[in-house]
Design a protein around this ligand. Structure first.
Ligand SMILES: NC(=O)c1ccc[n+]([C@@H]2O[C@H](COP(=O)([O-])OP(=O)(O)OC[C@H]3O[C@@H](n4cnc5c(N)ncnc54)[C@H](O)[C@@H]3O)[C@@H](O)[C@H]2O)c1
Length: 354
């Protein structure tokens, strides 16, 4: 049987994509690309069948991949994804889809024109515990979900300080766009995708910006974000996302969901890998259940190969990427204005994308 020809551009997070493809016996990694020669060498060491490149245009010409992972700094998602689509490949694009909604919509236009697809690496949809939660939601165990609470905060972990992550023009935003996106996406996914109507976002610049001044590097994104989302069905969401909080652990994640029949909490267990669900049906509390004993199931890349070859739906698509871009942009707009933004009334075209 023909194997799916896969390529990876950008070998930071892209190494995870590479390993996911290698884990699927129906995939073949034909090309790896990075500007850094040492990273290309590492990629080839793990995928000896692949050819290494520093120029993605050359790779597309020589390798003719079926699907390409674009795991580059956010500002490169648009041009590189478009080049891949125009070369006839589907794309698995890292989150966020791009640095702005306008850019994400330009990517969509090319996908529609070429008939090629953009899939999104909203990777939290692929973990074992979150899948178990999704199955419970779909089974109706929570009834009408009316509130979600999410948190992803880090103690002092601003990624690549002085590099592209901290520059709005190159990244699109700080922790809200970087890690908040995962939890907000997960909330929408586990709430059954209600439509956000109003958002209130707050961003703070108290730790990264002063540190950047001292170290004489560029940094103009928030280091802390919090906010509130009201949905059309009356449900609500509170989130917190931070790269530089004051807390015991370097990274802390939390997720709670409340419905009229039950709810859950996804919490890190004693060994850091156990996830516990507190689950209640028809007012009768059940004992906390350990639904899984490891954090990750099949990776998104491993699962994408089967979806493409078997023509099955993938769990995170271009529409999900665009939807997140609408919400995040509205949250940044709200933070800039210092007041709530009504997406439905003020941005009806964007609201239609939700
Ligand atoms: N889904 C997740 O859980 C997750 C986790 C981490 C990062 N990400 C996303 O992955 C993307 C990359 O993040 P990262 O942490 O790997 O960043 P990074 O800066 O560590 O790695 C980016 C890589 O791209 C290479 N690169 C830059 N420009 C290039 C070009 N023109 N051609 C080829 N290679 C080029 C760099 O040399 C570098 O190796 C971002 O969009 C980020 O948001 C997603």
């Amino acid at each position: 049987m023909e194997k799916l020809r896969c390529a990876v551009i950008g070998l930071g997070m892209g190494m995870g994509h590479l390993r996911g493809y290698l884990d699927n016996s129906r995939a073949k990694v034909v090309g790896v690309v990075d500007l850094d020669e040492a990273k290309v060498a590492k990629g080839i060491a793990e995928a000896p069948e692949a050819k290494g490149f520093s120029d993605y245009v050359e790779m597309l010409k020589e390798c003719n991949p079926d699907v390409v992972s674009v795991a580059l700094p956010n500002f490169l998602h648009e041009p590189v994804t478009i080049a891949c689509l125009e070369a006839g490949a589907d794309v698995l694009c890292e989150k966020p889809m791009s640095t702005s909604l306008a850019s994400a919509l330009r990517m969509e236009q090319v996908a529609l024109k070429t008939g090629k697809r953009i899939f999104m690496n909203l990777s939290q949809r692929f973990t074992q515990e979150n899948n178990a939660a999704h199955e419970l939601m779909e089974s109706g165990a929570f009834g009408e979900v009316y509130h979600a609470y999410t948190e992803w905060t880090r103690r002092d972990w601003i990624p690549g300080f002085g590099g592209w992550f901290g520059q709005k023009e190159l990244s699109g935003g700080g922790p809200l766009l970087d890690i908040g996106i995962h939890k907000i996406d997960m909330a929408l996914w586990l709430m059954g995708r209600p439509k956000p109507v109003t958002v209130s976002g707050i961003t703070h610049y108290q730790r990264g910006v002063p540190r950047a001044k001292k170290e004489n590097v560029k940094f103009d994104v928030e280091d802390y974000a919090t906010g509130f989302v009201r949905f059309e069905n009356g449900a609500s969401l509170i989130f917190e996302a931070s790269w530089a909080g004051y807390q015991q652990t370097y990274s802390q994640q939390a997720f709670k969901l409340i419905g009229n029949k039950g709810g859950l909490e996804i919490a890190e267990g004693k060994n850091g890998l156990d996830y516990i669900y507190n689950h209640e049906v028809n007012g009768v509390p059940l004992a906390s259940r350990l639904v899984c004993d490891k954090m990750h199931g099949a990776s998104s890349t491993e699962s994408l190969v089967d979806c493409i070859l078997d023509d099955k739906p993938f769990r995170a698509n271009m529409e999900d990427g665009i939807r997140m871009q609408v919400i995040l942009e509205a949250l940044y707009e709200s933070a800039a204005r210092g007041k709530e933004v009504n997406i439905k009334e003020e941005f009806p075209t964007a609201f239609a994308l939700l």
